[in-house]
Design a protein. Structure first.
Ligand code: SF4
Length: 705
């Protein structure tokens, strides 16, 4: 990957925003500026960048940075801050047991940070109370994969999107949320005019620009649609019966729910006209090379896992998985949501995709770590974790690289819970978020451009994030902060890492350890690499075969899954009721093109902030007219949890009965528009993912008192 055309100062790194995981060339200038370009050699983006990635150089300045440790709002030395954290966690564990402490971490952490945080909590504290904001993003996909495949493995690759003849995008505004993947599809569609794109979304988002068909589905009706599709495939003799017989179980039970396929009934449940249903079902039945891409519109639901399995069922029924140009494909929202999955960053997982409920896996990991105590059951998932903070069960909480006082559902209750927690530690790059306000100890962390480690993107590709800026003030890498606390808690030997390369090598070695024989891959397979080799690491994709050492490609090409009988499982899922009469609006939350999460970084760029200068509520004009709401007027959205005031944006892109509000604005940027205070904390019973797109709200014109 040496490129003589690059400046000697140019560093190859990875974009810190979304799960596409684009390669970035960063060149720091003498005047403090950083020139940014897409890395033409990176297989995720081949030189492309979106607006957020292109503006990275505008977001690395130090305004608002946390530059020194603080205890109770006053500057403190690292030693005193770390001693206090270790001592308060140790005291809570001694007095109240290991489950009285918790970590809430983030898809912004690098894999090495995630690995040591998970190791400390699960293997040395002895609790599994470590969960991540990725719970809010893709845990329903994880659960769906586990149910169907026996492990959390994304089958496909980005290349499949370019090889497909049909791409079904459901619950995914790829144009704004994964823009470079959208660009790759748009370019492929020009080259291959036979490619068709179907968008399934209650909103006619910008992604509709490349869609041949837009199905404006009723919110939460995805299961009804894909169960209907399964019934249609059976009736049209479009099943791959040989594949079903040889590689799967459970088909009959899934089909019993799907049959007969009555388009009128499916139309009532989904809100999609029967002729459109017929057109989509027929296109799917006839197109062998088909990829179904899904994202938060599927995952962020109280029935998200069932939706995922309804989609996977259709691919298993047609045998369209593990081959070029076909498969179900969940795209992750965060830059390292996938890396977190690999090292067990979810409360119900162990490192290396092993399972905490599996005694053999627990033993293997405990032996590998030589740990004194091992968590024996799943810990608290994000929503339950903050409820446990609120009711006093959690005595010490450490929040890393995330802002739950804004981003969790029912965010005001989360803020109240933090206020009552006896001991809150926050490690972050920002001094003033709505979460840092509740911290007893603030620890200054390294930011993008300073961090050194790896991330994994949505297609399982591991890339380096490399530093090109000096650590400012007293900021330290997250892995260093965690290991220093671990040492002070008495675990010096197990956390004696000198650099992230050593952590990566340990992660790789664990991933290559033989488990119960149910898999023939490892994640990293670079256990023996030196620090120099780690520095030079080129982006690579797992799986890597333990036998052949080969890298990359698709999973399940040979039809062998990770279930005990090596067969994929159909899951018999029932559609939820989506036609209950409720006069209130369904509140859909999500991203805009140019902002990221709670805007702590993108809010620093005037260029990015110009796309939407303020938050808004997108409402159908007919709904607005019924309520006397004029375009661009202020409206109040309210429910039992609170109210927000934003400007109305009238557009027939929105389905009737639904309102869309972006999730980015916080107290810091607009005190009246923290939409997450309205969002329900109802969760999917399988995955624990909250139904972030399914709160109910009333809307009326705002009248100043
Ligand atoms: Fe960064 Fe995602 Fe944009 Fe790529 S698509 S540049 S990873 S935000």
């Amino acid at each position: 990957m040496d490129n003589p055309a690059l400046s000697p100062d140019t560093v190859r790194t990875t974009c810190p925003y979304c799960g596409v995981g684009c390669g970035v060339l960063a060149t720091p200038g003498d005047d403090g500026t950083v020139a940014i370009a897409g890395d033409p050699d990176h297989p995720a983006n081949f030189g492309r960048l979106c607006s957020k990635g292109s503006a990275l150089g505008e977001t690395v300045h130090l305004d608002g940075r946390l530059l020194e440790p603080q205890i109770d709002g006053r500057a403190a030395s690292w030693d005193s801050a770390l001693d206090l954290v270790a001592s308060r966690f140790s005291t809570a564990i001694r007095e109240h047991g290991p489950d009285s402490v918790a970590f809430y971490v983030s898809g912004q952490l690098l894999t090495e940070d995630y690995y040591v945080a998970n190791k400390l909590m699960k293997g040395f504290i002895g609790s599994a109370n470590i969960d991540t904001n990725s719970r809010l993003c893709m845990s329903s996909s994880v659960a769906g994969h586990m149910r169907a495949f026996g492990s959390d493995t994304v089958p496909g690759t980005y290349e499949d999107l370019e090889l497909a003849d049909l791409i079904v995008l459901t619950g995914s505004n790829l144009a704004w949320c994964h823009p470079v993947l959208y660009q790759r599809i748009a370019a492929a569609k020009v080259k291959r005019p036979q490619m068709r794109v179907v968008l399934i979304d209650p909103r006619r988002t910008m992604t509709a620009d490349i869609a041949d068909m837009h199905l404006q589905i009723r919110p939460d009706a995805d299961t009804a649609l894909f169960v209907g599709l399964l019934g249609f495939l059976a009736e049209q003799s479009a099943l791959n019966k040989a594949y079903i017989a040889q590689y799967t179980t459970g088909f009959e039970a899934a089909l019993a729910i799907a049959s007969p396929c009555d388009l009128e009934t499916i139309s009532i449940k989904t809100g999609i006209a029967p002729d459109q249903l017929l057109a989509f079902f027929t296109l799917f039945a006839r197109t062998e090379r088909c990829v179904t891409v899904y994202s938060q519109g599927v995952n962020q639901s109280a029935s998200g896992t069932d939706k995922v399995n309804a989609i996977i069922n259709c691919h298993l029924a047609t045998g369209r998985i593990g081959r070029p140009g076909m498969g179900p494909f969940s795209v992750t929202g965060q830059p390292n949501a996938m890396g977190g999955r690999e090292v067990g960053g979810l409360a119900n997982m162990l490192a290396s995709h092993m399972q905490i409920e599996n005694a053999g896996h627990r033993r293997l990991v405990q032996d590998f770590w030589a740990s004194p105590t091992m968590a024996t059951k799943a810990g608290l998932k994000a929503v339950d974790l903050f409820k446990a903070v609120g009711d006093g069960r959690i005595k010490a909480l450490w929040i890393m690289a995330t802002n739950p006082a804004d981003s969790m559902p029912e965010a005001d209750l989360v803020a109240k819970a933090l206020k009552t927690c006896p001991f809150v530690v926050v490690s972050d790059i920002n001094a003033n978020t709505d979460t840092t306000a509740y911290a007893h100890v603030l620890l200054p962390a390294a930011g993008w451009g300073e961090k050194d480690g790896t991330v994994t993107n949505s297609e399982r590709r591991i890339s380096r994030q490399r530093p090109f800026l000096t650590l400012p003030g007293e900021a330290k890498p997250d892995w260093w902060i965690i290991t220093e606390v671990a040492k002070r808690m008495g675990f010096a030997t197990a956390f004696a890492y000198q650099n992230p390369a050593q952590i990566f090598a340990e992660h790789a070695a664990l991933s290559g350890t033989e488990n119960d024989g149910s898999r023939d891959f490892n994640i990293a397979a670079h256990a023996a690499i030196s620090a120099t080799g780690y520095d030079a690491l080129s982006p690579f994709q797992w799986p890597q075969s333990q036998r052949s050492g080969s890298s990359g490609g698709r999973f399940f090409a040979g039809g062998a899954f990770f279930t005990p009988d090596r067969r994929a499982r159909f899951i018999a899922v029932h559609p939820v009721d989506t036609v209950t009469i409720d006069q209130r609006f369904t509140l859909n939350t999500g991203r805009v093109r140019d902002h990221w999460h709670t805007m702590t970084r993108t809010g620093k760029s005037a260029r990015l902030s110009a796309h939407f200068a303020e938050p808004f509520a997108e409402i159908h004009p007919l709904d607005a007219a019924e309520r006397g709401i004029a375009d661009a007027s202020l409206v109040k959205l309210h429910n039992d949890h609170g109210n927000i005031i934003v400007r109305a944006l009238l557009t027939d892109r929105q389905i009737r009965g639904s309102v869309f509000v972006p999730m980015h604005w916080t107290n810091q940027f607009s005190g009246s528009a923290r939409v997450d205070i309205l969002v329900t904390s109802r969760t999917d019973p399988v995955s624990g993912q909250p139904a972030l797109k399914m709160a109910k709200v009333d809307i009326r014109p705002f009248e100043a008192a």
